[in-house]
Ligand binder design. Structure first.
Ligand SMILES: N[C@@H](CCC(=O)N[C@@H](CS)C(=O)NCC(=O)O)C(=O)O
Length: 204
C-alpha cells in the first residue's frame, strides 16, 4: 500500500491525491506541516517538500510533477495524459502554468507572514498569478475532457480561494470559474477539498 505525505491545503499534494483516486490506487495519507519538528518529509525527500509518495518498500517519490509521471508509468490505466504526443505536450504546458501560479501564491503567502513584507516582492508574485491565470484562460488544451490539464487547473483555482481569497479570478475569468465548479463535482475533487492547516511553528 502506498503512503502519501500530504498537507490539506497543498495544491501539489491535491494533484497527486486526485490522480491516485482517479486511477483507483489505494493509499494512506500522512498529513504534515513539512517544517514542524515532527515531520518525516526530510527522511524521504532531501528537498524537504511534500507531497512524497512512499512505496511499499519505503522509497520516497517526490515532486508532484514527477510523481504524476511516475504513476502514469507504473499505473497507466486509466491514462491521465492524452495518447497523442502533441496533446500530451499541451497538457504538460498547462501543468507548467498551474505550478507556476501555485509557486507564486506560496511565495506571496509566506511574504505576508513576515514582520515587514516587501511590497515589490508581493507585486511581483501578484503579476505572476494574474499572468498565469490569463494564460490559463486563453489555453485551448483545458476542458477538452478529463486528465492532467484539468487536474492541474482545478487544483490551482480552488487553492486560490484558500490562500488568496480576495483575488477576483472567478469574476475576471468566468470560463475558468465554470470549469472549476464542474471539476469540484467529481468524487476525486470532493474527497480532497483544500482546507488550511494549523501552522504552529514559524518558518519565516
Ligand atoms: N514543486 C514542488 C512544490 C511542493 C511544495 O512547495 N510543497 C510545499 C507544501 S504545499 C512544501 O513542502 N513547502 C516546504 C518548503 O518549501 O520548504 C512540487 O510540485 O511537489
Amino acid at each position: 500500500m502506498y503512503r502519501l505525505i500530504s498537507a490539506t491545503p497543498s495544491p501539489y499534494a491535491r494533484k497527486v491525491r486526485i490522480a491516485l483516486i482517479e486511477k483507483g490506487i489505494p493509499f494512506e495519507t500522512r498529513t504534515e506541516v513539512p517544517w514542524h519538528a515532527d515531520t518525516v518529509t526530510p527522511a524521504y525527500n532531501p528537498l524537504e517538500k511534500l507531497p512524497v509518495l512512499i512505496t511499499a518498500d519505503g522509497r520516497g517519490i517526490y515532486e508532484s510533477r514527477y510523481i504524476l509521471e511516475w504513476l502514469e508509468v507504473m499505473h497507466p490505466e486509466p491514462p491521465l495524459l492524452p495518447r497523442d504526443p502533441m496533446a500530451a505536450l499541451a497538457a504538460r504546458q498547462v501543468e507548467v502554468i498551474c505550478d507556476g501560479i501555485c509557486d507564486a501564491t506560496v511565495l506571496l503567502f509566506f511574504e505576508r507572514r513576515r514582520e515587514a513584507p516587501s511590497a515589490p516582492w508581493i507585486g511581483r508574485q501578484r503579476r505572476k498569478i494574474d499572468g498565469g491565470l490569463a494564460a490559463l484562460a486563453a489555453n485551448p488544451a483545458i476542458g477538452q475532457g478529463f486528465g492532467l490539464a484539468e487536474i492541474c487547473a482545478g487544483t490551482v483555482l480552488r487553492y486560490l480561494s484558500v490562500r488568496y481569497a480576495e483575488h477576483p479570478w472567478a469574476a475576471r475569468h468566468p470560463g475558468l470559474a465554470a470549469l472549476s465548479a464542474g471539476l469540484e463535482q467529481r468524487a476525486s475533487f470532493a474527497a480532497t477539498v483544500p482546507v488550511p492547516q494549523n501552522i504552529t511553528e514559524a518558518v519565516v
